[in-house]
Write a protein that binds this ligand. Structure first.
Ligand SMILES: [Zn+2]
Length: 86
């Protein structure tokens, strides 16, 4: 994620390089940090899938999803991994 919208609903496409909302002046750098953290857990989860360690994969993927609940692709991956974990 290189750009984000401000939760105030008015600031749009705010870049990570200058993460201050021009409308409400909120510092949005925390949103970028959360997103980057989600990506880290996502990658970690996929690494566990490659090792067929589904319980650990699910743990990491679910943390990633909690940090990025709009990620529909990740939701599908979690469902698929839950099936493999049965
Ligand atoms: Zn704003």
């Amino acid at each position: 994620m290189e750009k984000t919208d401000c939760p105030c609903g008015f600031g749009k496409n705010i870049p990570e390089t200058n993460p201050i909302c021009p409308v409400c002046q909120t510092d949005l750098s925390i949103l970028f940090l959360i997103n980057n953290l989600s990506i880290i857990y996502n990658k970690r989860g996929r690494t566990y899938i490659d090792k067929s360690n589904y319980p650990e994969a699910l743990k990491n993927l679910k943390i990633s999803y909690a940090l990025d609940p709009d990620n529909k692709e990740l939701k599908k991956l979690i469902e698929k991994t839950e099936d493999q974990n049965k």
